[in-house]
Design a protein around this ligand. Structure first.
Ligand SMILES: Nc1ncnc2c1ncn2[C@@H]1O[C@H](COP(=O)(O)OP(=O)(O)OP(=O)(O)O)[C@@H](O)[C@H]1O
Length: 261
């Protein structure tokens, strides 16, 4: 059976293969993401999640197959419509940069090196959207990690992206800051497609509309149900701990030969 393409789609992978130095990372990846999907990407370390995001961003080009966005564009044709929060996005805190300046950087394009009134208005609006407008003139070093994360999302939003890609954005923020962030993403998701890499299974049941398990290839599930089969595909034979409401428990049956410690 051929690839079933969502219509209209925001992201389309058609038989994509990608290797680093002849070492294959993604093989025969085909899936399509409809508009306003909240897609959560899960998978083991080294499974290819960040590589998949970089293919969407056009930072890498597949050796075989194609990636098309927003109904048919190549990623490099529409990079200004993509917002990206990289993994471990670090700002040098010794550099005395202010929140508003960080967000304004999201308005720089090509050789442009000045900001217009419209740029400033949009930066204020993005900060408001993330509940950070009162910190516009604060230094980044004066904010908490969770607040800094929200500023980086405001920077990604200031160019009015149609697809927002986030690579483990809550790795170092507390549970309450995570909830606030995810609620914001849910609100944004009314207008744009969200693609979120996360190792947090609870985010799937509460926020996702689809899940992609990435482990050398991609298994796309167009619902937010977590099945044992899905986890098996994504994480192989290791039992997976699901932390729900602070209580870790196993979601996979033990495999033959597994023993309690
Ligand atoms: N620039 C690179 N050059 C060579 N190999 C790379 C490069 N980037 C990633 N890899 C390799 O590709 C594989 C997939 O890496 P990727 O970062 O996409 O995984 P990931 O699923 O995002 O992992 P994690 O959960 O640890 O962030 C890994 O084996 C990694 O070592």
């Amino acid at each position: 059976m051929g690839l079933q393409v969502a219509s209209p789609y925001d992201i389309l992978f058609d038989d994509v293969w990608f290797s680093y130095n002849n070492s294959p990372v993604l093989r025969s990846v085909s899936f399509s993401v409809p508009q306003r999907e909240f897609l959560v990407i899960i998978g083991p370390n080294g499974g290819g999640k960040t590589t998949l995001l970089k293919l969407i961003l056009g930072l890498y080009v597949p050796q075989r197959g194609s990636v098309r966005l927003l109904g048919g564009l190549e990623p490099t044709q529409c990079s200004y419509l993509l917002g990206y929060i990289p993994q471990n996005a670090n700002i040098n805190l010794d550099f005395p940069v202010r929140v508003l300046d960080v967000v304004l950087m999201g308005r720089l394009r090509g050789l442009k090196c000045f900001y217009t009134k419209e740029d400033r208005r949009m930066a204020q609006e993005a900060l408001e959207m993330m509940g950070m407008n009162e910190y516009a003139h604060a230094r980044m070093s004066e904010l908490s990690q969770g607040q800094r994360q929200r500023v980086l999302i405001a920077r990604a939003l200031v160019s009015k992206p149609k697809i927002l890609l986030l690579d483990e954005p809550t790795a170092s923020v507390d549970v309450e800051a995570q909830r606030i962030l995810y609620d914001k993403l849910k609100e944004l998701n009314k207008g744009i497609t969200i693609v979120l890499v996360s190792h947090d299974m609870t985010v799937i049941t509460s926020y996702a509309t689809a899940v992609a398990c990435v482990n050398g290839t991609v298994y796309y599930h167009d619902s937010n149900e977590i099945t044992a089969e899905m986890l098996q595909m994504a994480y192989g034979s290791c039992p997976v701990e699901l932390v729900a409401h602070g209580i870790p428990h196993r979601v996979l049956a033990k495999h033959d030969g597994d023993h309690d410690a």
